[in-house]
Write a protein that binds this ligand. Structure first.
Ligand SMILES: [Ca+2]
Ligand SMILES: [Ca+2]
Ligand SMILES: [Ca+2]
Length: 227
């Protein structure tokens, strides 16, 4: 390559990087084994498949609350990709499900969304991940809106990962994370297999530990002075 062309090549490369699609979502694979596992709602991965036991969050949904008995909403947190009680189906329209971590606040580093087993027309084509600290005011962290096209291919039980700074940018910590769908590819039935949330707790535990050690040190010095 002649040197005089080099700046042009660098400029072209820089421009193509700037105009590259913003989304860098990643297909992790298909099926339960493709889930990352141990997400914030169940770090130990020991939540019961069909009842609200051993989970680390309070769950709420607009419809179909529950982990078992039917294709209820909380099945998106049961660590399983399967038909029946492993998925949420089929109320359409605007539907949401959320995980509330109480006094624990996290910056959402990564999340995964997985398709369920029914026809792909039931996949959402317009959805958002929202964050909140009071259950009243919600901020959009990530939103997807492509009419007639979901994030998943024809493969069912497909796990897709979205990451902070690649697919979205968030610096605010939230205690509640909500998935909300407002449209599906076609028809009126909505389905979803699984959601995983991963985040950094704020303030980080190490910061609290250092602060606590500092306070103990200060207290012991004061005690020594008194004696
Ligand atoms: Ca657990
Ligand atoms: Ca279940
Ligand atoms: Ca599930």
């Amino acid at each position: 390559m002649k040197m005089k062309f080099l700046p042009l090549v660098i400029l072209t490369t820089a421009l193509s990087l700037l105009t590259a699609p913003a989304s860098a979502s990643l297909i992790l694979g298909t099926g339960t084994q493709a889930l990352i596992g141990g997400d914030l709602t169940d770090p130990e991965n020991d939540g019961l498949a069909d009842s609200n036991v051993n989970y680390n969050a309070t769950f709420r949904s607009s419809v179909e609350q529950g982990f078992g008995g039917r294709e209820y909403a909380f099945n998106v947190f049961d660590n399983i990709l399967s038909g029946g009680n492993g998925k949420w189906c089929c109320n359409g329209g605007t539907v949401w499900v959320e995980a509330d971590f109480g006094s624990d606040q996290y910056i959402l580093d990564t999340f995964t969304l997985s398709s369920a087993n029914d026809v792909a027309s039931r996949d959402s084509d317009q959805w958002s991940i929202l964050g909140s600290n009071d259950g009243v005011n919600y901020t959009t962290i990530f939103s997807y809106d492509v009419a007639g096209l979901s994030i998943w291919g024809a493969d069912r039980f497909e796990v897709v990962q979205f990451s902070n700074s690649d697919d979205y940018n968030v610096n605010t910590a939230y205690s509640i994370f909500r998935y909300q769908s407002t449209s599906v590819v076609s028809g009126s039935a909505h389905q979803l297999g699984e959601i995983e949330f991963f985040g950094t707790k704020i303030p980080e535990p190490s910061t609290i530990a250092i602060f606590a050690l500092g306070m103990i040190g200060l207290a012991s010095r004061r005690l020594k002075k008194k004696s």
